[in-house]
Design a protein around this ligand. Sequence first.
Ligand SMILES: [Zn+2]
Length: 441
Amino acid sequence: MIVRAHRVVLPGGEQPAAVHVADGRITAVTAFDDVTGDVTTLAEDEVLLPGLVDSHVHVNEPGRTEWEGFASATRAAAAGGITTIVDMPLNSVPPTTTVDALAVKRAAALGQVSVDVAFWGGAVPGNADQLRPLLDAGVVGFKCFLLDSGVPEFPPLDDDGLLAALAELAPVDGLLIAHCEDEETIAAAPEPAGRSYAGFLASRPPAAEETAIARLVAAAAVTRARVHVVHLADADALPLLRRARADGVRVTVETCPHYLTFAADEVPDGDTSYKCCPPIREAAHREELWRALADGAVDLVVSDHSPCTPDLKRLDVGDFGLAWGGIAGLQVTLPAVWTGARTRGVPLSRVVELMSAAPAALAGLPTKGGIAVGKDADLVAFAPDARSTVGALEHRNPVTPYAGRELTGVVRRVWLGGQELDGGPPRGRLLDRGGSARVAP
Ligand SMILES: [Zn+2]
């Protein structure tokens, strides 16, 4: 099979090309006209992209399947051009903090995933001895919290716990990704006050991110382990991260579509669909994050899709203190980011790098993240100038701050392992560390 287009986003940039596929892998990338046999040619207004990789998705199954679930999350991912997700270890019950819990999660996922799925393990107090067995069992790395996670079964690490986890991971080059907000800084800030977004914003100040990032960076410097900051909202933390990297600390950082799309003064009071932690900050943070994406100071963009049932969002009272903190946006990640990128002159090839190659590299999935010989034939036909209004999505629950928003860029067709996704039975695979597929839990 061959898919060709006048615009193909390759690792070296955009050009006309034909992508040759056999047995699920890319076997050659040739000139547009260098083709014979079964050829699909994209429409004139479509660009061929590698399937996106989203390394930050809360699927919540088993245990809180009413919040999302593998079937609905992976259908949403596929509809959004995301062909690989990495599931977060918390909000599911059990959380993925032991080898047995990983097996439970895989058993829940098996047979119902429409895209490929890999798994993060969790680092919590007292499970340092589980980290290397979990790596051997196939997780791609570990997530931890540096403050209360919002669910009691996934407690945060203190500085001793952080050092213990990193000491386990450093000798095997394991990765620790961290939710960086500081409990004490937040305790000293005002309480979130009812329907006021400004009140909620004041309750989680930028200093909370900076203090926690400094703790993570210090622990990484001592242990020489690899760490990653998830969902950066505070652009004032960028100098600290730049300095750490210049000092040789192995730290990377991601941000999310909602921090790149919305700004605090646009959030209506009482509209808790916008509540997430850390919070959506002022427009100045958003614009500085965009500059950091363009110059490489931020490494990747992933959804942090973290839905819940509508009742937990407390839209009935609109109270930012009571509502669950998490934004649902998996399916619209690409058009949301592209809409912001094109107005700021960030090219599509850079967006693809941030949303495909970079998250694949973070999660250590070498067969993902690009259109190149030997990679999985995960491909997306994307119409970058087409517009759409966000309506019904494949997410299990409808609450999203993107509802009704007009976005630019439409995903038209998706291929997973060389087969076009057509709404038939789910054909996604469960991936181990390193990207190999498993056939059993
Ligand atoms: Zn998250």
